[in-house]
Unconditional design. Structure first.
Length: 203
């Protein structure tokens, strides 16, 4: 009986080393959580505030009327004079799904103090309409949620393509903190600190 020889040039992808490495990586992801997603949904960096230069909200983000989940329009300029948290997210993004309950808790805590929240999904408003509405119901999201058009999402992200992203906006319309990604232990207290600072900010 002839022995079957290995075809020349054919490389086996799942080597024992790659299998072990994959198991280790998946274990670390399960233990510590994926911090953020981009369009291809890979893990990126841990969440951290940055961009301390306090740029204003881009004009396109302020002036564009965006579609809300209940048919209402969302316009960020309507929140002028309020401390605002804008969250960019998507239903398919694991870290976004982990962050939403924290945002709901923060909204309940800070709404009475004048903090507003707006969640803007980067998904297509037609194909994702049902899943986004179901998500909002299931997660009991009590702040305004809608869809960010491509140009609005790009302007708000300012070159940082990962989600979730949370922007803390002062009463005078300036971005005082930006959080890219989500870490279950680190992000919530940092968000609270940023909101507290924004509430006492005088410009």
């Amino acid at each position: 009986m002839a022995l079957k020889t290995k075809e020349p040039g054919k490389i086996k992808f799942w080597t024992p080393l790659r299998i072990v490495s994959t198991v280790i990586v998946l274990g670390l992801v399960a233990a510590f959580g994926i911090s953020s997603c981009n369009s291809n949904d890979p893990p990126t960096t841990t969440s951290k505030p940055n961009d301390p230069s306090r740029p204003p909200l881009p004009a396109v983000a302020l002036d564009t009327e965006m579609k809300g989940i209940n048919g209402e329009s969302i316009k960020l300029s309507n929140y002028s004079g309020k401390v605002l948290l804008v969250n960019l997210w998507a239903t398919w993004c694991g870290p976004c799904r982990n962050e939403i309950p924290e945002l709901v808790r923060l909204h309940k805590e800070y709404q009475s103090r004048g903090v507003e929240m707006v969640g803007l999904t980067t998904e297509d408003p037609v194909s994702s309409a049902q899943i986004v509405q179901e998500f909002v119901r299931n997660f009991k999201v009590d702040y305004q949620v809608g869809w960010a058009p491509r140009e609005v999402a790009a302007a708000l992200m300012q070159g940082r393509g990962s989600i979730p992203q949370s922007l803390i906006v002062t009463r005078d319309g300036r971005i005082t903190k930006r959080f890219v990604g989500f870490h279950p232990r680190e992000t919530p207290p940092l968000l609270k600190k940023a909101l507290e600072e924004a509430l006492i900010d005088n410009g």
